[in-house]
Ligand binder design. Sequence first.
Ligand code: ATR
Length: 274
Amino acid sequence: MKKFFGIIGDPINHSLSPLLHNYWFKKYKIDASYSILEAKEKDIADVVSKIKNKTLTGINVTLPYKQKIINYTDKIVNDAKTSGSVNTLFLDNSDNVIGENTDVFGLQAAYLKEIDKRTNKKALIIGAGGVSPSVIVSLQKSGVKHISIINRTKEKCLFLQKKFEIINVLSWDDLEYKIGKHDIIINATSLGLKNGTDFNFDFNDFKNDAVYIDIIYNPLKTKTYKFLEEKGIKVFNGLDMFIYQGQKSFYLWNKINPEIDDELINLLLSRLKW
Ligand code: ATR
């Protein structure tokens, strides 16, 4: 019987998840399709009920619903529990709607393994929005002990600090100066997004051996990414994280660990502008 999957979020029209999952369904000859589910907040209960009654096999959840969705699940597990953020839903053998988080794995798989001697490194997370809890958990799981966070709205950092006591909260006014004091800098804000605002300074004080991770993948290279790349800094964008989070979701739903092959990468790149 054909299986149906989808994604909810707002805005959602530009999501690449249908492209990713439908590519893998075709590759592994699975009779399934993945589509964008137009759902506002009032529709979340209805979407989740479709998992319960097996009309849908699973869904992904993106901003701004990653926290809100928890109230509609029967149980959250593993990284979803630790982070308080859910991006994948499925039904377990007892017909419970389970909420899991694959963003943490996505981030770890994409970049963190490439950073040496992590335990001694100082990480700075810029932004305290929807993706930041997953960033914190991925750093913690990767052994990074010194984690600071900075956000235009400081209250959001203080709120996160209640859950993640180890994080150190910095003031937005100090951002430019603090950048040079850290080894792993992660942009978890929307600054740099296509057609959006950007940082209003250049990251001149960046340490030569520091690493910059941008959660953004559209554009593939933000202004800051390009600036640091030209300076010879090790830089990553969010595309690998996106692919790896999808890979884990696909595994949870289909029990197949799908391959990330060149055809898939090229397909995704063809949809993104440099
Ligand atoms: P939400 O804030 O609803 O969780 P998000 O997309 O998950 O939305 O997060 C957006 C992030 O980008 C936030 O950290 C936000 O900072 P605020 O919490 O102060 O809003 C940050 N951000 C967005 N626009 C920004 C700007 N012009 N300057 C600085 N930070 C910005």
